[in-house]
Design a protein around this ligand. Sequence first.
Ligand SMILES: Nc1ncnc2c1ncn2[C@@H]1O[C@H](COP(=O)(O)OP(=O)(O)OP(=O)(O)O)[C@@H](O)[C@H]1O
Ligand SMILES: Nc1ccn([C@@H]2O[C@H](COP(=O)(O)O)[C@@H](O)[C@H]2O)c(=O)n1
Length: 224
Amino acid sequence: MSIVIAIDGPAGTGKSTVARAVAAKLGLEYFDTGATYRVAALHCLREGINLNNTDDVAAMVSTMNVEMRLDPANPVVVLDDEDVSRLLHTDTISLIVSDVATNLAARAVLGDMQRRVIAASRKGAGIVAEGRDITSVIAPEAEVRVLLTADDEVRVARRAGDGADPVTVREAVLGRDRKDATVVEFHTAADGVVQIDTTDLTIDEVVLAVVRLAEAQLAEEASE
Ligand SMILES: Nc1ncnc2c1ncn2[C@@H]1O[C@H](COP(=O)(O)OP(=O)(O)OP(=O)(O)O)[C@@H](O)[C@H]1O
Ligand SMILES: Nc1ccn([C@@H]2O[C@H](COP(=O)(O)O)[C@@H](O)[C@H]2O)c(=O)n1
């Protein structure tokens, strides 16, 4: 018996933090689908591709050599045999990643890759996959589907580390949401998706809420 848990939501709602913790608690794989877009952006940047050239970006994404390692204790993204995990969350990548994500041809290539990863996890215990369109487009069949939300200012504050430029942080959260929302819906829960407003919740409270949904699902399947 395997389980797929899909978690979506806008930037800074806690998807990565929560998904990783839930996967670790339940012994599942952890899949950060945003990392597939981020590594694609890094690859295009390194190859000198103009991100406004949709055909060139799509061609570059369809030939890139990426491996996603899904251990929640140590998730790693490998690009051409190099561990690039630490290079994916810079301001530079955060400010350009939506250019790749709003390229529909590149999106189709990365979506197929994500579906393959999720399907492969069915051979084992399962996976927690998080992103923007996992509950609605990539894995609408997931046994547990959750949309995390939080007030805009709370999300910006969560991202604002010491010394970070406030204008850049705001753009990397709210500006990115605006661009992403032109191609995918992640502010409103689709039918059957459980919405959790994390504004006033601790990380542990959100993790517990998702774990309870998963345990209820597993108990229901076991009793059938
Ligand atoms: N419920 C919460 N309460 C307080 N801080 C939180 C909560 N959830 C997440 N955080 C913090 O907010 C920051 C952003 O969390 P995280 O990276 O998991 O968000 P995300 O939804 O994956 O964002 P993005 O889509 O931009 O990658 C982290 O510093 C995390 O520790
Ligand atoms: N399912 C997804 C996941 C991500 N994106 C795009 O990638 C960007 C980075 O995502 P993070 O979760 O790492 O912040 C995000 O801003 C989207 O542009 C997506 O389109 N679909």
